[in-house]
Design a protein around this ligand. Sequence first.
Ligand code: 4AD
Ligand code: MG
Length: 465
Amino acid sequence: MSRTVIVEALKRSDFGSDVNIKGWVRTRRGNKNVSFIAINDGSTVHNIQVVVDIEKFGDEFLKPITTGACLSVKGKLVESLGQGQSVEIHAEAIEIYGSADPETYPLQKKGHTLEFLREIAHLRPRTNTFGAIFRIRHHMAMAIHTFFHEKGFFYFHTPIITGSDCEGAGQMFQVTTLNLYDLKKDDAGAIDYNNDFFGKQSSLTVSGQLEGELAAMALGSIYTFGPTFRAENSNTPRHLSEFWMIEPEVAFNEIEENMQLAQDFIQYCIRWALDKCKDDLEFLCSMYDKELIERLNSVVGDDFIRLSYTEGVEILETAIAKGQKFEFPVGWGTDLQSEHERYLVEQHFKKPVILTDYPKEIKSFYMKQNDDGKTVRAMDVLFPKIGEIIGGSQREEDFTKLQNRAEEMGVPTKDIWWYLDTRRFGTAPHSGFGLGFERLLLFVTGMSNIRDVIPFPRTPNNSEF
Ligand code: 4AD
Ligand code: MG
């Protein structure tokens, strides 16, 4: 008899048929005659109940069936009379694959804190919460690929190891095979990378954008979806040292089309979650965030607000004048903090906001310069509870302006000669953006710490598992 996954077993109504399910015991309760075992196999947040006649199997045999044990159960599918479940299985044969000692198995019945579960990241996928989150994570990845594929974008793979710093922010993890216990330096005290593995200083990428732009200038519309790395020492609930980013890049798109793409893209993903992850969303809604589903519905219907950074700062300054308190100062030229972004979204507009035309000093060298000489054609999408969820821009397509800006900002142009070449040969207007996958997941799951939406979070002082 082949195995039936629990999500399918729960939908069946051919009562009386034989069925085989396999999974991990969530709870076992009962009396001296009958035992009820709730089993979960990860295919759904719902358990299936197995009813066991104790006399048939014997107490000794059933003893190791405790929370966490793994079983294969064969039996008859029966309509359930119990509340909240449609079918159950009356056990005819049970195989115990593995027991889980109640003295040492950390996931006992009682509710655990998310902090504790982070310490046992190897076992937390077995909880309802993390089962739901990781199923949603999968569905969001499928939504992303489907969205772009249906729009005719090509999935383009950009390198993880790179010799250039896309964001020019110097937050890169170095990749080396040099012997750190015996580093050779030249007379000036500089490390000689000629002898390193790649023959030059190399790092883990902070973004696939630069290579993505090369692809867009050949294939038209592309997207990347891969891991990115940032050695920024920010221990916040919204930053990871290793996170996944989706970066579409489109030839001939200007900033307005880029904004529309960003809005269509996020709304598509959230609609996908509402359609395909109903049970898991309802579970997370009931356990963690009563407004979750309402909030998801609230962003899929309407257009996002579009306004300039300058207008955004004016709104914040007016709010401060009226008594609004922020931890960090605001003024034209300062980078907005998440508290400011969230004020605009949650208090002022009560809608997602796309802020554009930021001061050039606080944005990357590759952004298209506006005629005012002060701002660039940047766009950040700001979301409730999250702040910045997307960062992007129209790109500077003019060779000289781009080269000058890179030099002004201290980005070594010798490392990006190939990127500059796109502006020398057949340049064209183009735009793109990056969506932080885990920021999207924070929004969709209602979790409040980014460490809880990626299986094995990498953060300062943490690379366990
Ligand atoms: O705004 P960022 O730095 O933009 C770029 O990397 C551009 N190259 C994107 C592009 O135009 N192709 O990062 C983009 C997004 C942010 O809006 C945020 O959602 C996410 O990536 N992000 C992070 N997510 C988790 N942890 C971090 N440390 C993150 N840094 C950025
Ligand atoms: Mg950004």
